[in-house]
Structures are given as C-alpha cells and as structure tokens.
Design a protein around this ligand. Structure first.
Ligand code: IDP
Ligand code: MG
Length: 154
C-alpha cells in the first residue's frame, strides 16, 4: 500500500478546517496510520521544501508554515498518492477544480490549506521525515472489505 504525508497548514488550523479536510480523506476510504500536531522549524521546512528553496517566495512560505502549529497525518491506501492529489486540487486554489479541497475552500496560492505528497517515493520519504516509527500504526481496517477488491487490499 502507498503512503502519503498530509500537512494541514496554519491556515487550515486557524480557519477551523481540520475536521472538514480530514473528513474528506476519511470518506475516500483511506486508512489513517499517523496523526499529530506540531510546530515546524526551519530545518524541517528546508528539507521538506528543498525544491523551492531558491524561489523568491521561499522565505514567505517558511514564515507562514511556522506561524501556527500544523496537523500532520500519514495515510495509507491503494495507489493513494495520486488519489489524494486529485482530492487536494491544483497548487493555485483559483484554478483548482471545484470539488477539490483547494478549489472549494481556498483562494490564495500561498494559503492553500494542505500539503500532500506528489509521488510514491516522496510519500515514503516524507512520512519518514515527519513521523518516528513508533508513531505509525499498523492495524486492520474492517471497512476494507467494502472499500477494495481483494487484489487491491492484498
Ligand atoms: P503543491 O503544494 O501543490 O505540491 P509545490 O509546487 O510543491 O505545490 O509548492 C509547495 C507550496 O509552496 C505550495 O503549496 C504553496 O503553498 C507554495 N507555493 C508554490 N508556488 C508558489 C508561488 O508561486 N507563490 C507563493 N507560494 C507558492
Ligand atoms: Mg509539492
């Protein structure tokens, strides 16, 4: 099963959208395997946003991401990385499809509520970056019988 890292950014926490966003991921049928609130520091953010570090807006991202605690979650599911990106929507909420989290709930590019891993490899790497092994839970999810075909939940 693939893993994806979700960060509910400071705007999600401040706007009281933690439940709304989490509910959308739960209703998809994904399995929550880790969840905590934390304050992000510069070192962790630099590692996480290494692909943006040279951009003129990087400093702003870092300041914003440190401005309030965030909620980080690890989810598991069959080919879940792409499925979650589709639910999250495009980076710029103004062109994100209606029905997506960003399309429905956000409008500013740097205030787009949520991070989601963008590849299977990054899902693994990012979950390992934000969670210790003991914070990740293995358990049977009874609804899998009704969420997946047998080969998908194998
Ligand atoms: P993603 O979050 O959709 O994967 P990335 O390109 O990985 O998008 O960018 C990470 C985050 O950096 C975005 O979610 C957004 O908050 C911020 N960001 C990206 N591009 C811009 C920009 O042009 N201006 C301001 N913030 C940006
Ligand atoms: Mg990204």
């Amino acid at each position: 099963m693939e893993r994806t890292l979700i960060i509910l950014k400071p705007d999600a926490v401040q706007r009281g959208l933690v439940g709304e966003i989490t509910s959308r991921l739960e209703r998809k049928g994904l399995k929550l395997i880790g969840l905590k609130m934390m304050r992000l520091d510069s070192a962790l953010l630099k590692a996480h946003y290494i692909h943006l570090i040279d951009k003129p807006f990087y400093k702003g991202i870092e300041e914003f991401m440190k401005s309030s605690p965030v909620v980080v979650m690890a989810w598991e599911g069959f080919e879940c990385v792409n499925s979650v990106r589709l639910i999250v929507g495009a980076t710029n909420p103004r062109i994100a499809d209606a029905g997506t989290i960003r399309g429905d709930l956000a409008i500013g590019q740097g205030r787009n509520l949520i991070h989601a891993s963008d590849s299977k490899e990054n899902g693994e790497t990012e979950v390992a970056r934000f969670f210790e092994d003991k914070e990740i839970f293995a358990y049977d999810k009874s609804e899998y019988l009704h969420v997946y075909e047998p080969y998908e939940r194998a």
